[in-house]
Design a protein around this ligand. Structure first.
Ligand SMILES: NC(=O)c1ccc[n+]([C@@H]2O[C@H](COP(=O)([O-])OP(=O)(O)OC[C@H]3O[C@@H](n4cnc5c(N)ncnc54)[C@H](O)[C@@H]3O)[C@@H](O)[C@H]2O)c1
Length: 442
């Protein structure tokens, strides 16, 4: 059993804290956001993440998981202190380390014994060095502090399962004692542990997200070609992905990548490289393809509807991916905003993300109660987030509620033949519409 403090109770910190408690560790989760901590103390999660409420509640009741705004009390007599605060993008595209710095200074001021400070936030290379020197310069008492980089790879929507069953655990550490403690902390997960130096661990995280982003942009580019030559991207992915060197994961065409990680982390890696004078032509292309993807869908919709002005468009899904209420950098929001900006009346639904979306979109969009209401009077429907519950929708019922007949499946959720059979004009990304399956010459 280890005594662990986690600073930051967002998607990463809360999941990490609850999962480490589940394995029998004694965990204190700390946040500056008093409202968040109050919600957690009442036994509720401040955001939607499958399985998290129950996990946090169970461990809180078992006395293994506590929540506090009091950092000195939270880290008291805890030898492992995890930093999991946010690192948003600055106006210049760098990762903003303000919260990481503050956490380091707060740890330094409250130091009551030797600590292993584990950085889980996604940060630029050399941040472990920075955190170490900030703590060394400001520490209130002369206790030994080791700073370790331990990037997190969980995905929102399956964060608990990802944390409990990781593909690998990366530990960037220069100190054998700290390495032994972290190996012991993570041993119960049964995953391969990759030990390296902190700078390399930081680079692994950024590279990992950059590669995933490049894969998504790559398949979106291929899907656009498929559209023009009459090929089917889903079969292309199956055929290509069967090659063990390539794999089919993260090769689903759609509205592009969004969320709180990929866009900002790829941009940050670009900025880091630019500072060194290194070129990042592949990263630049991945970002450029992504930036154009939603606009590509909007112009196809404009063509299908003969203009967007005064058209009513129903948008199914607002979260940046299914399984989360997170709308940060959500392509669905970019789409809704873009359509409204072109004069369309947008009506939208999401199973859990409406409150967060409304905070971003204001009254540019009308939020309706259910997925069928999205179709009422609409000229076109766009499936923007591939929620499971949207797979079950009665397509015929949706169609009958509409004024027009376009269904744009921007997440490749539906079978084009079923969509057409329900009376829709099908549009997708790289998928062959049944009526035109053989009509387009290569
Ligand atoms: N969300 C993901 O899927 C994911 C996955 C892997 C890595 N990451 C990285 O993990 C980090 C955290 O991401 P997140 O999505 O959990 O962020 P988040 O915004 O959901 O949560 C961050 C939390 O930190 C708190 N905080 C900020 N400063 C603090 C301080 N000085 N002391 C205590 N608490 C403080 C905030 O109040 C907030 O609750 C980021 O660097 C992110 O890039 C995120």
């Amino acid at each position: 059993m280890h005594r662990v403090a986690v600073i930051g109770t967002g998607y990463v910190g809360l999941v990490a804290g609850a999962c480490l408690a589940e394995l029998g560790n004694d965990v204190a989760c700390i946040d500056v956001d008093a409202a968040k901590i109050a919600t957690l103390q009442l036994g509720r999660s401040p955001f939607f993440e499958p399985g998290l409420d129950e996990l946090a509640q169970r461990n809180r009741q078992a006395g293994r998981l506590a929540f506090t705004t009091d950092l000195p009390a939270g880290i008291l007599e805890r030898d492992i202190v995890v930093i999991a605060v946010g690192t948003p993008t600055t106006d210049e595209g760098h990762l903003d380390l303000r919260h990481v710095r503050q956490a380091a200074l707060d740890i330094a001021a409250a130091l009551d014994g030797p600590k292993i400070v584990v950085n889980k936030s996604t940060v630029p290379v050399q941040t472990a060095d920075l955190v170490h020197s900030l703590i060394e310069e400001a520490k209130a008492a002369d206790h030994a502090v080791t700073v370790v980089s331990n990037p997190e790879f969980m995905r929102e929507g399956s964060a608990v399962a990802d944390f409990m069953h990781p593909d690998r655990i990366v530990i960037g550490v220069d100190h054998p004692g700290a390495e032994a403690v972290l190996r012991d902390l993570y041993a119960p997960f049964g995953a391969p542990i990759i030990v390296t130096d902190p700078r390399t661990a930081e680079m692994i995280k950024l590279t990992s997200n950059a590669f995933l982003a490049a894969k998504i942009s790559f398949i979106n580019e291929i899907a656009a070609v498929c559209d023009l030559v009459g090929a089917d991207v889903r079969d292309v992915v199956t055929g290509v992905g069967a090659d063990a060197r390539i794999g089919a994961a993260c090769m689903q065409p759609g509205l592009g990548f969004g969320g709180s990680c990929l866009p900002k982390d790829v941009l940050a890696l670009h900025r880091i490289a630019a500072r060194t004078g290194a070129s990042t032509r592949l990263l630049d292309a991945a970002l450029a393809v992504n930036a154009a993807q939603v606009e590509h869908v909007i112009s196809r919709l404009a063509t299908l509807l003969d203009g967007l002005d005064h058209k009513t468009i129903g948008v199914l899904g607002l979260a940046f991916k299914p399984g989360t209420d997170d709308v940060r950098e959500s392509p669905a929001l970019v789409l809704a905003r873009g359509l409204a900006g072109r004069g369309a009346r947008v009506q939208a639904h999401d199973p859990v993300a409406v409150a967060n979306a409304a905070a971003e979109l204001g009254d540019a969009v009308a939020f309706v109660d259910g997925p069928y209401d999205v179709a009422t009077g609409a000229d076109a429907l766009v499936l923007a987030t591939a929620w499971n519950e949207y797979t079950e929708l009665d397509l015929g019922d949706l169609r009958r509620r509409m004024r027009g007949d376009v269904l744009f499946d921007a997440r490749d959720l539906y079978d084009p033949r079923k969509v057409s059979a329900a009376g829709f004009t099908y549009a997708g990304i790289g998928r062959r519409a049944p009526a035109t399956a053989r009509a387009v010459a290569p």
